[in-house]
Design a protein around this ligand. Structure first.
Ligand code: NAP
Length: 511
C-alpha cells in the first residue's frame, strides 16, 4: 500500500518534499498513511502509468502526484464493484451498518489529519475543514442507522386468494462523481446512502481534490469494507471526459449520482438515457437572500456573512444575490460592509486568523473578475473589496456591490466566489418574482419578523431548501436538493437512501 513514504518516493526526493506537504505530514506518525497516491480498486491500491499533480491553490505549489486513471481503469473498477454487489447486497443490514459505523469512528479518530488534507488541497480555512469532516462523517453515522430501517410494505389485496408485498432492494452499482468544494462530504453524502442500501460504488473525485477521496478509501479499507464495495478512480481533467463517459454508459452501472455544475449534469443525463439508469443530480444554485423591511437587520447581516462568504463563496447553497427592501436597504448595506471589513480575513487556510482562503483556481478568479467588471460597467458601485488580494495567486478580496440590477451577469448566473451583489426592491411580490426568475432553484433565504410574510414567501420561493432568518441550513437530518435545473433527487435525511433503492412488488396468488 502506498504510504507517505511511497508518495515521497514519487516526488523528486525526500529533501525536496514540497513544504506544504512536509507541513501537512509533520508529526502525523502513522496517520501519514492517509496520504495516498494510487487508485483504490477491488480492495487494493493500484498504481497507474500516468500521474497528475495536486496543487496548493494558494501558492500553486505541487503537493503530490496522483494516479491518472483512464477509461480502462474506470471499467475495471465498475467490474470490481459489480462482482462485490451480490454479497454486499445480501449481507444483513446489521452487518453493513456496523461497517459504516466503524468507518465513521475512524473518520472521527483521524479528523484533524483529514481536515489538514482538505485545507492543503482545497485551500479552505482549517476551522471550516474541521467542520466539513464532522459533517462528512455524520453521513456515515446517519446511514449506518438508516441501513437498518429500510422497510417494505404489506398492502391489503383486492382478491381473497392473494397477498401483496412490497420489497425495497438496492439498485446495483452506483457511479459517483463529486466536486472539489466539499472534497469529503460530497462523497460520504452519496456513498453512505448507497452502501447502506446495499449498493457498491465507484467514485470519481474532482481533479483538484483527490487526496481527501483517497484518504476516505484508506479508512474504508481499515474499517473492513469488503473489496470492491468502495472504489476510487482519480483522474486529471484531461481524462475526465473519457472516465465520465465510461462510468456513465457502462451497462453494469445502474445508477449515477453527481454533484457539480448544471452543464456537466446535463451531459451525464444524456449518457444515462441510453441505458436508462437511475440518476441523482445535485447541480448549481443561484440563491436569493431577501431582507424585508420587517427583518432584524443585525440577524440578517450575521446570516448574510455566513451564507455568502463560507468557503470563499464557493458552495452551491451560498447566496448569489441579495435583495433588500428599500426601507432597510441603506442600513443593511452599511452594516454588512462594516461586518465584512471587521470579521473577514483573507489568508492561507492554515493560519488561525484566516476566514477566506484562496479560490480553487485561476479560472474561478477570472469569473469573479468578469462578474464585477460587468456589474461596474453597467452602473454598480463597489462598497468594499473588488479586486485580487495582495497575497496574489488565487486570493480575492471579499466584495460587496450596491446599485445592482437584474440585467447584470452576477444576478443572472452563479458567481461561485466572494461577491455579494445587492439589488434594492420595493414590494414583496417584486422580490419573489426576481428570486424566482432563475432557471435553477437550490437554496433561498429570507429575513422577516412578519409571520404572515414568512409563510407566504417560504411557500412561494421556487427552491428545494429555504432558510427563514437563518443563513446556514445544511444538516444530515435534512433533505438536501433543488428544483428546476438545480437537480433531481434528495441527499441526506430519511429520504436520501431511497435514491439507491428499487421498489419491487410481489404478488402471492392461489392462497
Ligand atoms: P463540474 O465542472 O461540473 O465538476 C464536478 C465534477 O464533475 C468533477 O469531478 C469534474 O471532474 C466532473 N466532470 C466534469 N466534466 C465531466 C464530464 N464530461 N464527465 C464526467 N465528469 C465530469 O463542477 P465544478 O465547477 O467543479 O463545481 C462547482 C459546481 O458544483 C457549482 O455549479 C456548484 O453549484 C455545484 N455544486 C452543487 C452542489 C449541490 O449539492 N447541488 C454541491 C456542491 C457543488 P474534474 O474535476 O476533473 O473537472
Amino acid at each position: 500500500m502506498a504510504s507517505l513514504g511511497r508518495l515521497r518516493a514519487a516526488l523528486p526526493g525526500p529533501c525536496s518534499l514540497p513544504a506544504p506537504l512536509r507541513r501537512l505530514a509533520s508529526g502525523w506518525g502513522s496517520a501519514a498513511a492517509l496520504l495516498r497516491s494510487g487508485a483504490f480498486m477491488d480492495g487494493r491500491w493500484v498504481e497507474v502509468a500516468a500521474a497528475f499533480p495536486v496543487c496548493d491553490p494558494g501558492s500553486g505549489t505541487e503537493l503530490a502526484r496522483v494516479a491518472d486513471c483512464g477509461a480502462a481503469e474506470a471499467r475495471a473498477a465498475v467490474r470490481a464493484a459489480h462482482r462485490a454487489w451480490p454479497s454486499w447486497s445480501a449481507a444483513p443490514a446489521k452487518e453493513r451498518s456496523a461497517l459504516l459505523r466503524k468507518w465513521y469512528h475512524l473518520m472521527i479518530e483521524n479528523k484533524d489529519d483529514l481536515a489538514k488534507i482538505i485545507t492543503a488541497e482545497n485551500g479552505k480555512p482549517l476551522k471550516e475543514a474541521h467542520g466539513e469532516i464532522l459533517y462528512s462523517a455524520s453521513f456515515l453515522e446517519w446511514f449506518a442507522e438508516e441501513a437498518r430501517r429500510v422497510y417494505g410494505d404489506i398492502i391489503p389485496p383486492a382478491a381473497k386468494d392473494r397477498r401483496i408485498l412490497v420489497l425495497k432492494q438496492p439498485v446495483g452499482v452506483a457511479a459517483i462523481i463529486t466536486p472539489w468544494n466539499f472534497p469529503s462530504a460530497m462523497i460520504t453524502r452519496k456513498v453512505g446512502a448507497a452502501l447502506a442500501a446495499g449498493c457498491t460504488v465507484v467514485v470519481k473525485p474532482a481533479e483538484d481534490t483527490p487526496l481527501s477521496a483517497l484518504a476516505l478509501a484508506e479508512l474504508a479499507n481499515q474499517a473492513g469494507i469488503p473489496a470492491g464495495v468502495f472504489n476510487v478512480v482519480p483522474c486529471s481533467r484531461q481524462q475526465t471526459p473519457a472516465v465520465g463517459e465510461a462510468l456513465c454508459t457502462d451497462p453494469l452501472v445502474a445508477k449515477i449520482s453527481f454533484t457539480g455544475s448544471t452543464a456537466t449534469g446535463k451531459l451525464l443525463l444524456h449518457y444515462a438515457a441510453d441505458t436508462v439508469k437511475r440518476v441523482s443530480m445535485e447541480l448549481g444554485g443561484h440563491a436569493p437572500f431577501i431582507v424585508f423591511d420587517s427583518a432584524n437587520v443585525d440577524q440578517a447581516v450575521a446570516g448574510a456573512l455566513a451564507s455568502k462568504y463560507r468557503n470563499s463563496g464557493q458552495t452551491c447553497v451560498c447566496t448569489n444575490r441579495f435583495l433588500v427592501q428599500k426601507g432597510i436597504h441603506d442600513t443593511f448595506v452599511e452594516k454588512f460592509a462594516k461586518a465584512i471589513e471587521k470579521e473577514l480575513h483573507v489568508g492561507n487556510g492554515f493560519d488561525e486568523r484566516t476566514t477566506q482562503g484562496p479560490l480553487i483556481n485561476e479560472k474561478a478568479v477570472e469569473k469573479v473578475e468578469r462578474h464585477i467588471s460587468d456589474a461596474v460597467a453597467q452602473g454598480a458601485s463597489i462598497v468594499t473589496g473588488g479586486k485580487r488580494h495582495s497575497l496574489g495567486k488565487n486570493f480575492f478580496e471579499p466584495t460587496l456591490l450596491s446599485n445592482v440590477t437584474t440585467n447584470m451577469l452576477c444576478t443572472q448566473e452563479e458567481t461561485f466566489g466572494p461577491v455579494a451583489p445587492v439589488i434594492k426592491f420595493d414590494t414583496e411580490a417584486e422580490a419573489v418574482a426576481i428570486a424566482n426568475s432563475a432557471n435553477v432553484g437550490l437554496a433561498g433565504y429570507f429575513y422577516s419578523q412578519d409571520p404572515g410574510q414568512i409563510w407566504r414567501v417560504a411557500e412561494q420561493l421556487e427552491v428545494g431548501m429555504v432558510g427563514v432568518n437563518e443563513g446556514l441550513l445544511s444538516a444530515v437530518e435534512c433533505p438536501f436538493g433543488g428544483v428546476k435545473q438545480s437537480g433531481l433527487g434528495r441527499e441526506g435525511s430519511k429520504y436520501g437512501i431511497d435514491e439507491y433503492l428499487e421498489v419491487k412488488y410481489v404478488c402471492f396468488g392461489g392462497l
